[in-house]
Design a protein around this ligand. Structure first.
Ligand code: EPZ
Length: 416
């Protein structure tokens, strides 16, 4: 099993290009099921989760050519309306095929995704919304069996779930009549998906606000679309620069997609400058602990919680981190503690007391963002070597992260 070996002490310094957003690419790929003609996606990241979605769609019959960073998808050869358990269990975002299958074919058999390290991750909001669209839903042997062409309806989501907002938007795009979705997710990836669907011929307005209105259409064509930059990857690199006393400029970020995050880094005492599509972050001579509370967008992103925890480990004073989105997203705490961090967890709150230094240690990745936190901690450690196992977690969401951090001065390598 591959491991990543890190020796800390080098400042992470330089410019880096972030890749296309994983959490946009995956729903966009699923949305091509709604199209009647070829779709081309540009700026597609080479990630294990993207390969997993490719496999699921290919097994349905989608013709996919993924060359470089462009992916061409041909939906006219889709024959299967099923997403099997052995594929869905490996990647929860596979569940995003449910909405488009119903929108295009009026039928779907998709395995329930099951839980993962960060929580049970139910799909009740997805299913309740689809039933509101008149779809018949039953659970059979761990599969969602759904039948019926969606009919427009007014739906208020119980929680602004990103995936449920996306599934419902896709199902409603080819429904009969008008759908109004409220209490929806407002993440930038929602607007990217709406823009893609509208370029196919859908009639969606309000993405990014609290009310999304969708006028269902009978047919959607094909299109070309460029995936937005990955704001979570951008934030991860910025934190790595600050935590190691370096200076990182992310070249193609969209600062508006990280509103609360940029403010929080400044509150900690980091220097953060935004120049158009560039964000530059640098350590200063005194990082201090702050309070962080994860929230749906535009609040502090849960996907950057583990990374800012790693930064807080070496800040002066205490940082209180509240994880309000997932019920079990402190998997990095035990491993950071092994590296000398001082962290106390009480329910969904973690109190991080800054320590003068972290030390390298053998640690284990548990989920995608916890893995990124361990790499940041390893780069920050002032002595010892950090050996991170189970790094398949990190390959799901970061493209060759060790090579890119090494190009920024990090002493980091992958060991087979
Ligand atoms: C998306 O997951 C992202 N994944 C996650 O990124 C991200 O953390 C999350 O949104 C929140 O921003 C992709 O886009 C592929 P949710 P999703 O539905 O859609 C509960 C990463 O690291 N919930 O907004 O699954 C759920 O349990 C990944 O890149 C229900 O209770 O997230 C969670 O506590 C991790 N019932 C909360 O809502 C439902 O039907 C937020 O989940 C759906 C969700």
């Amino acid at each position: 099993m591959d491991r990543i070996i890190v020796r800390g002490g080098n400042p992470i310094t330089g410019s880096v290009q972030v890749r296309g957003a994983k959490n946009s690419t995956l729903p966009l790929m699923a949305a091509t099921l709604l199209a009647e003609d070829t779709c081309v996606l540009h700026n597609v990241p080479c990630l294990h989760d993207v390969f997993a979605m490719d496999k699921i769609l290919s097994e349905m019959g989608m013709a996919i050519d993924f060359t470089g960073r462009s992916m061409t998808l041909g939906p006219n050869s889709v024959t299967s309306h099923e997403a099997p358990y052995e594929l869905v269990r490996k990647m929860r975002a596979s569940f995003f095929v449910l909405g488009p299958l119903l929108g295009r074919f009026g039928q779907a058999r998709v395995s329930l995704p099951g839980g993962c390290a960060i929580g049970t991750r139910p799909v009740d909001i997805h299913l309740k919304g689809l039933e509101s669209l008149g779809v018949n839903i039953r659970i059979d042997d761990g599969y969602v069996v759904a039948e019926g062409r969606p009919v427009g309806a007014d739906i208020a989501l119980d929680f602004p779930s990103v995936g449920a907002t996306e599934n419902l938007m896709m199902a409603a795009s080819r429904a009969k009549g008008v759908t109004r979705l409220t209490n929806v997710a407002r993440e930038p990836e929602i607007a990217d998906l709406a823009s893609f669907l509208n370029s196919l011929g859908a009639q969606i307005s309000g993405a990014g606000t609290d009310l999304i209105t969708i006028l269902g259409v009978d047919e959607l064509g094909g299109t070309e679309h460029t995936v937005i930059p990955d704001r979570i990857e951008a934030g991860t690199f910025l934190i790595a620069g600050i935590a190691t006393g370096g200076e990182v400029t992310v070249l193609n970020a969209t600062a508006e997609h990280l509103p609360n995050f940029v403010e929080k880094l400044r509150e900690m005492g980091a220097e953060v400058e935004v120049h158009g599509s560039k964000i530059r972050a640098a350590a200063t001579n005194g990082l201090k602990g702050v309070d962080v509370s994860t929230q749906p967008y535009p609040g502090f992103p849960t996907d950057l919680q583990a990374q800012i925890m790693a930064l807080a480990c070496v800040a002066e004073g205490a940082t209180i981190i509240k994880e309000n989105v997932f019920e079990n997203r402190f998997m990095q705490v035990a491993e950071l503690t092994r590296m000398g961090a001082n962290i106390e967890v009480d329910g969904n709150a973690a109190v991080v007391r800054g320590v003068p230094k972290l030390s390298g240690a053998p640690v284990m990745a548990s989920d995608l963002r916890a893995s990124a936190a361990l790499i940041i901690a390893g780069l920050t450690a002032s002595d010892g070597e950090t050996s991170i196992s189970r790094i398949y977690h990190i390959d799901r969401g970061y493209e060759r992260i060790e090579e890119r951090l090494a190009s920024l001065g990090g002493d980091i390598r992958r060991e087979p």
